[in-house]
Structure formats: C-alpha cells, structure tokens
Write a protein of this length. Structure first.
Length: 278
C-alpha cells in the first residue's frame, strides 16, 4: 500500500511540474497552398521543424514562399508563439523545400505604386515601468517598405503581449487627403477576450518615407468598461488638409451601475513632412 501511495504521489508531482501547453498566436496562422512573404531578414530554412535541425538555407525579407503544410510543432520565443511551416520557394531556377518558424513570416503584405509593404512582429523586449518599478515584456512590430529588393524605410511600434496577437490585419487606405501623403497604411492586432487590448498603428507614406502616427489603443470589458481611440482624417470630399483629429472615449460603470464617460479630442497639425499637436 505504501509503495502504491508513493507511486501516485510521484505521478501527481510529475503532472503538476509539467509545462503548460504552448499555443500559437492567431496572427501566425497561415493557410496551406497559399503564397506568403518572409518578414524577418536572414530567416533560416531548416531540414526539420525544430531549432536544432540542420540549416539548409537563409531567406531575405520580402522573399516569396508557398505554404505547403502547417506542422503541429509550436515554438515560443519571448511573447511570439507559432507553428513551424513546410514551405517551397524558387532559387536558382529550382524549387526548394524546407521548414521555417511561422513568426518569421509577414502578418500581412501589400503592394502599391511600385512598393512592397510588409507588416510583422520583429521581437520581444523587456521594458521597465518607472512608476511601479517593475519590468514587463513588450512585442515590437514593424512595417517595412521595399522598392524591388531594396529596403527603402522601416518604422517600429509596440503591440502589447502575446495575448493581443489573436488577430491581425494590414490595409492601405487611399482616401485620406493629407498634404503630400501618397496613402496611409494601417496595421492592427487584437485579442479575442474581454480586457485584452487591441492596437491600431497608422503609418503615412510620403516621399518614400514611413511616418508612424501616435498609436491607438482599444480595450473593453463587456458593458462595464471601454476605452476607444481613433483618428479622424480628411477624406475625398473635404479636399487636401493640413490636419487630422484624435478622439478618445472612455466609459466605466461605478458600484451603482451608473455610467461615467470621459471624452478627449486633440488636433494634430501636418506640414507635409511631419506632425505636431496644435
């Protein structure tokens, strides 16, 4: 009986000390038989879906690949978590196959006016909160602009923790009529549960330069609390403008279920090359 109890105890101890299952961030879920682009420069292509496998090649940013299949193996580095993917691509007029970590692929990519634009997560960094004197982790994303194979410009911005990487989109909005701006890029990530922040990053493209605007954050908890931020841009009907507006609304219910709402509005002046608060 004693030996049985010891066996049961050791089994329970083994279960409690086991690592939690690692799940991939939703933004790195890529469809099979679809084309994708490499985001991280010098992305390693491996023979098998693991970091200890032999490196068979290295691919630059903006290189196009085809997704063959998603492997069930998930790797987490910092706050980025993704499956491995078997890919194929062309090199020296031959088709090559191998495995890459999905977080090295673009969340989204677009082409306009002869330029390729890539959106992805670059790394996880540790930052210090001076107010509370504690460290916290932060994902750093970026958008890259290419002309052919040449990197024209790149801007970096924060995207929260891994919990905010359930969904991601990358779009071009051409109806924002700011002076000297070719068009506006919008990169978005968001979570799938209440209380998890989502982030909108607008980037202006002008004279082959990427200019990141102040980041917008949106978060809500059912009908108890919400915080929303947005930009109001001049559109086609308003002509060319030298300004855009920031709006914020925050609502919170008190212990008596009474709503308290706070609103804020600011105007940013745009001179054709940079912006500042009026």
């Amino acid at each position: 009986m004693k030996s049985l109890l010891i066996t049961v105890f050791l089994f329970v101890l083994q279960l409690s000390s086991a690592q939690e299952a690692v799940y991939a961030n939703g933004v790195f879920n890529f469809e099979e038989n679809k084309t994708q682009k490499i985001f991280t420069d010098f992305t390693r292509v491996r023979q098998e879906p693991k970091v200890t496998s032999k490196i068979v090649d290295s691919l630059p940013s903006n290189h196009q690949v085809s997704i063959i299949k998603k492997d069930e193996t998930v790797l987490q580095l910092g706050e980025r978590s993704s499956n491995w993917y078997k890919i194929s691509y062309q090199k020296n007029n031959q088709s090559v196959e191998g495995y890459i970590w999905g977080a090295n692929l673009c969340i989204g990519y677009r082409n306009k006016n002869g330029h390729d634009f890539l959106f992805g997560i670059s790394k996880t960094v540790e930052k210090k909160d001076k107010k509370f004197n504690q460290n916290y982790k932060q994902n750093i994303a970026s958008v890259k602009a290419f002309e052919g194979n040449a990197l024209v410009d790149e801007v970096f911005f924060e995207t929260g923790l891994g919990e905010s990487l359930s969904y991601g989109t990358f779009t071009i909005e051409s109806n924002h009529k700011l002076r000297n701006v070719d068009f506006t890029l919008k990169a978005t990530v968001s979570g799938e549960a209440c209380g998890i922040a989502g982030y909108d990053q607008y980037i202006l493209f002008t004279n082959k330069k990427l200019i990141a605007l102040p980041q917008l954050m949106n978060v809500g908890d059912a009908d108890i609390y919400h915080h929303s931020e947005e930009f109001i841009f001049p559109n086609d009907n308003g002509g060319i403008s030298n300004a855009f507006i920031f709006k914020m609304e925050e609502m919170e219910k008190d212990e008596n279920d009474k709503e308290k709402t706070k609103r804020l509005s600011k105007i940013y002046h745009w001179n054709g090359n940079s912006f500042k608060l009026k």
